[in-house]
Design a binder for this molecule. Structure first.
Ligand code: 5GP
Length: 216
């Protein structure tokens, strides 16, 4: 008969946070590309789309009044105000994924991670990515060449604030080497998938084992 650990499990909620420039986006993209049982949670936001952002892919772009209505309808797992705009995690797609044994990655800040912990602790795995040094973080932000001096200074200040919340996470990875960090991240995901609480059919399987033993 056998037991398949991969197809008979509940999905997990993977919160990946980091100060910008620590490598989170690259790690997330790689995980999504290499593992098709992982999907991204698409948040709703009241901020305007940036050039190239697509509604329903990067975010669901909604008006402030629609956002308020969604809060009233209990549409969100969590919501928060970041940089003067509202952001929220819709429940529906997450619940469907987890029930179907698929994992969901969340690009949310520490406030969101904390609120999710209050609502879905058993499903949640929180990973924080740290830069190897503040100098490396500044270098990475500058070398992207996308942002003005002022934006870089603001992101650096915000990075320090985010780093101060490092202890709200289950795992903290120092991203000195991208390949190594990716290997560590996939090791976390593989082990978390095997947690007894996520192996939904184990109970049934053990019952079968026990009844076999009684018969023999
Ligand atoms: P941005 O506007 O640059 O896309 O995102 C700004 C910040 O909002 C980022 O730190 C991002 O992690 C956070 N964020 C995006 N979506 C959500 C969400 O649904 N909930 C929470 N709490 N934060 C979010």
């Amino acid at each position: 008969m056998g037991f398949d650990h991969d197809s008979q499990r509940r999905g997990l909620m993977l919160v990946l946070s980091s100060p910008s420039g620590a490598g989170k986006t690259t790690l997330t993209r790689r995980l999504l590309k290499e593992d098709d049982t992982v999907q991204m949670s698409v948040s709703a936001t009241t901020r305007a789309p940036r050039p190239g952002e697509v509604d329903g892919v990067d975010y669901f772009f909604v008006s402030p009044s629609d956002f308020d209505a969604m809060i009233k309808d209990d549409h969100f797992y969590e919501h928060a105000t970041v940089f003067d705009h509202q952001y929220g995690t819709p429940r529906g797609p997450v619940d469907t994924a987890l029930d179907g044994g698929r994992d969901v990655i969340f690009d949310i800040d520490w406030q969101g991670a904390q609120e999710l912990a209050g609502k879905a602790k058993d499903d949640l795995v929180r990973v924080f990515i740290l830069p190897p040094s503040i100098a490396a973080l500044a270098d990475r932000l500058k070398s992207r060449g996308q942002d003005s001096e002022e934006t870089i200074a603001r992101r650096m200040a915000r990075a320090e604030d985010e780093i101060s919340h490092w202890d709200a996470y289950d795992y903290v990875l120092v991203n000195d080497d991208l390949d190594e960090t990716f290997n560590r991240l996939t090791a976390i995901v593989r082990a978390e998938r095997l947690k007894r609480s996520r192996q939904s059919q184990l109970f049934q399987f053990v019952r079968t084992l026990q009844s076999e033993r009684q018969r023999s």
